[in-house]
Write a protein of this length. Structure first.
Length: 132
């Protein structure tokens, strides 16, 4: 669970750095950490507690990927299309995440909603490639 307010984004960054380091995954441009920070900040500002961060390292036939999931108790799903509107007053964080991540999606969950993103890792960023 993340603390409310600005501390939530800071805690999400720290958790993400620790997970990436523990997995042996490089994030040289900081894209994963920036995306998680944006999703956590959005949930802490627009969502309802509890705000929960989930991170997973997935290995599949197409290569490795990091999946980030931030959930909160507000069932209202954010809209990337609305955020891209010329007169949008909010949603820019989701636009940034969409520009950085391989995939972004939202989903309802038992206690509200989750906003997720996936980063397909470049071969040099994965633990197996570094060992080769």
């Amino acid at each position: 669970m993340l603390p409310s307010g600005p501390a939530g984004a800071r805690a999400a960054r720290e958790m993400t750095r620790g997970c990436l380091r523990g997995w042996g995954v490089d994030d040289p441009g900081g894209e994963v950490i920036l995306a998680v920070s944006e999703l956590a900040a959005n949930a802490c500002v627009h969502g309802l507690p509890p705000v929960v961060l989930g991170l997973a390292l997935d290995a599949g036939p197409a290569g490795a990927a990091v999946t980030c999931r931030v959930s909160d108790a507000n069932p209202e799903l954010p809209s990337l299309a609305a955020a891209l509107a010329a007169d949008a007053e909010s949603g820019r964080g989701l636009v940034i995440v969409a520009a950085l991540a391989s995939r972004v999606w939202t989903e309802p969950c038992a206690h509200g909603k989750a906003v997720c993103c996936r980063f397909d890792l470049r071969p040099a960023a994965t633990p197996a490639a570094a060992a080769a």
